[in-house]
Design a protein. Structure first.
Length: 100
């Protein structure tokens, strides 16, 4: 029993480190994409970012299933506020694009 708990703790620490590293990888790739002027490099980095995000999602799902990474839903008010904010930004962007 004790050995099983120790193994679970080690597994939790290992997968926690893995998701942290994947988050750092995604962040670094995003920065590289934003700073890249070569279209071929941007395309390759974007593909790597997509794969990194998928890997991160897979690790998150595994952690969440085991109860090691719990997420609580945002309150409905907060969700609606954020959704309205994005809608407003999109409308402003469309207006600016039409003016150009």
């Amino acid at each position: 029993m004790v050995q099983q708990q120790q193994q679970q703790t080690q597994d939790m620490e290992l997968i926690g480190t893995l998701i942290y590293q994947l988050k750092m990888e995604s962040s670094s790739l995003c920065t590289a994409i934003l700073e890249s002027s070569n279209d071929n490099v941007r395309t390759q980095l974007t593909q790597l970012l997509s794969q990194s995000l998928q890997n991160q999602k897979n690790v998150f799902d595994a952690m969440n299933q085991k109860g090691w990474y719990k997420v609580e839903p945002a309150p409905a008010e907060q969700y609606q506020r954020i959704q309205q904010s994005f809608t407003t930004m999109q409308q402003q962007e469309q207006s600016q694009n039409q003016m150009q």
